[in-house]
Design a protein around this ligand. Structure first.
Ligand SMILES: Nc1ncnc2c1ncn2[C@@H]1O[C@H](COP(=O)(O)OP(=O)(O)OP(=O)(O)O)[C@@H](O)[C@H]1O
Ligand SMILES: [Mg+2]
Length: 589
């Protein structure tokens, strides 16, 4: 049996008022060798109602005046309770089904009973302890890792540590069982997971430390077919829908169509340049493009000769600046004869994929202009963007290399520039989502699972960004919205961590199943949580602005009731590289 502490004196809606027998405020009580927690806020109290035991949480307490005695006033202690579930034949069920009636007796709950509420699952998945009861919490891993997870909190509140704790615990327990059946990818914006974190065994962990400043030797492998894809180019170069994407499509499909013809690019280049030079309606831009092309294929002589071409604005044709008469415009201009052999001599050496892309887009643009398919002004911004990004892309991708398939892949973007930080997560998501879907398309339920973990997800999932174009933003969000809406069916799960839930697209927020919420103070963020998380109770919510480091409210579909959990601190070498600066040490004189 247990210790009876009081009686129900009022029930209003789901608010229960209990008058306590005495004003004891002991923290811990022992009764028949069992340990009980005293009555205080957030403690569990059991109310017996017939054969059902109703489990309640203390919401508040106060003293009420009773009667006046000679030696002063006398008070009774009253507590307010809210039901969270009930025991029926020894089993705990969450939710409000039964409410007590007046004069029902309230009891303290012993540790064993409380533990039962929070799932006695297997003890190996302990990630911390319940803040108030100090009971170890073991995660229901089988119901948790097949959901989308969100970790939120202000900077420095412990999100990265929580993420690390969650997955380190999983890998420690299940490393062999997971291998070959699941794949985990961490998008690591700040290089917090490139050391011994998560898995301390390089047989299972692959780290790509992408460095756009040059000097980095770790490049992300992309197979040829993944790279030569109009959608991928569309992402990489932020192409516009109407003109630039079709242009990229022509580049890619042209390459595909003549893949089996030897030296197809060489033939195409020569033919296009020759056609441009003899075009009956030449355009000013031809000269510049041919000069670029000549540069790309190391045709130095052609390049210099092309520099001699001048444009006659009125008559709309080229002439040679050093020839002694104005020529061109006619059917057989002098420069055509002069340059003919030089064009014939063009040879394409061994180009890497990036150089090939550079050449192909220039030749394609020239061909399209000759054919009158496109306006130069529409494609030129794309060309400029491609030029600007290719250097950094070359530094982070290795095209044609085979991807490494280890259990865990960490992609660190710490040394990447802003632009690469924007496109890589998108590219990874598109690439992995596509290939995973293909892999499991015939299996139901999926035979493999994929887990994409994005720390600092606001970097790529925010709805507000003034620096980017609308269409790019739409594309970015649509991809992740599709993953979060459809991914579950294919066994593709996202784990997102962010400082500003309010900045993240509402569609994405609304599809997250489970939440780990650290300290959050901003009103807009808190309001959003109110609206998004149906399982968050008001007491847990009111504690969010004041949670300490590493302490989080856990709630969602995989948990019966919201819990406030203090996460364990991992060992030093397993913690993410995100520690606070120790000024005592740093400024030590
Ligand atoms: N479980 C914990 N117990 C004790 N202290 C912790 C715990 N988790 C985190 N901390 C402390 O909080 C600091 C910040 O943690 P962490 O880097 O995980 O925060 P964060 O929320 O990821 O911050 P940011 O948003 O800036 O990335 C750590 O250096 C550590 O000192
Ligand atoms: Mg962090």
């Amino acid at each position: 049996m247990s210790i009876a502490i009081g009686e129900v004196i009022a029930v209003k809606g789901v608010n229960i008022l209990v008058e306590l027998y005495e004003e004891s405020n002991k923290e811990t009580l022992f009764y028949q060798g069992e340990k009980f927690k005293g009555v205080s806020i957030q403690e569990h109290i059991l109310i017996k109602r017939g054969f059902k035991d109703i489990v309640t949480l203390v919401q508040g307490e106060y003293l009420d005046e009773r009667f006046e005695q000679e030696d002063g006033k006398s008070y009774v202690r009253k507590i307010e309770l809210k039901p969270i579930g009930y025991y029926d034949q020894g089993e705990f069920y969450e939710g409000i089904k039964h409410l007590p009636m007046i004069r029902d007796v309230a009891y303290l709950m012993n540790e064993k009973q409380v533990r039962q509420i929070y799932g006695e699952a297997d003890d190996s998945f302990v990630i911390g302890e319940i803040l108030k009861e100090e009971l170890p919490v073991s995660l229901p891993w089988a119901n948790l890792f097949n959901t989308h997870i969100g970790v939120f909190g202000n900077t420095g509140s412990g999100k990265s540590n929580t993420l690390t704790n969650l997955y380190t615990t999983l890998f420690t327990n299940k490393l062999q069982a997971l291998n070959g059946k699941s794949h985990f990818v961490v998008v690591d914006f700040n290089g917090e997971y490139t050391g011994k974190q998560l898995i301390n065994d390089r047989d299972f962990k692959q780290v790509y430390d992408l460095d756009t400043r040059g000097g980095g030797d770790s490049k992300f492998p992309l197979s040829e077919s993944v790279f030569w894809d109009e959608e991928v180019f569309g992402i990489l170069f932020k192409a516009t829908e109407n003109t630039q994407k079709p242009f990229l499509k022509r580049v890619v499909s042209g390459r595909e169509r003549f893949n089996d013809t030897p030296d197809s690019l060489g033939i195409y280049t020569k033919k296009t340049v020759a056609r441009a030079l003899t075009s009956p309606s030449p355009k000013k831009e031809f000269a510049e493009l041919i000069r670029e092309i000549a540069g790309l294929v190391d045709a130095e002589e052609l390049k210099q000769n092309i520099s001699r071409l001048r444009w006659h604005g009125v008559k709309s044709h080229f002439y040679l600046n050093d020839a002694n008469h104005l020529n061109g415009g006619d059917t057989d201009p002098v420069y055509v004869r002069e340059f003919k052999q030089l064009v014939e001599n063009i040879t394409i050496g061994n180009l890497n994929h990036f150089a090939e892309l550079r050449l192909r887009i220039h030749v394609q643009l020239l061909a399209d202009l000759v054919n009158g398919y496109v306006q130069f002004d529409h494609i030129q911004p794309l060309l400029k963007r491609i030029e600007a990004s290719l250097t950094s892309l070359e530094r982070v991708f290795e095209v044609g290399a085979n991807p490494v398939n280890k259990l865990l892949t960490v992609v660190s973007l710490r040394k990447s520039n802003q632009e690469i930080k924007k496109v890589i997560p998108l590219l990874l998501a598109k690439y992995y989502y596509g290939s995973h879907k293909d892999e499991v398309i015939n299996d139901s339920p999926p035979s493999h699972t994929f887990h994409m973990i994005i720390d600092e997800a606001h970097n790529i999932l925010s709805i507000q960004s003034n620096r980017e174009s609308e269409s790019w933003k739409d594309y970015r969000l649509e991809l992740f919205e599709e993953i979060i809406k459809e991914g579950r069916k294919f066994g593709f799960y996202l784990t997102l961590s962010s400082q500003r839930p309010a900045d993240i697209s509402p569609t994405i927020m609304s599809q997250i199943h489970n939440f780990f919420i650290h300290r959050l103070v901003n009103d807009r963020d808190l309001m959003l949580l109110d609206n998004t998380i149906s399982t968050l109770d008001s007491l847990s919510r009111s504690m969010i602005p004041n949670l300490s480091k590493g302490c989080a409210v856990i709630t969602g579909t995989s948990f019966d009731i919201p819990m406030i959990v203090q996460f364990e601190r991992l060992e030093k070498e397993s913690q993410p590289d995100s520690g606070d600066v120790d000024l005592q040490m740093l400024w030590n004189d």
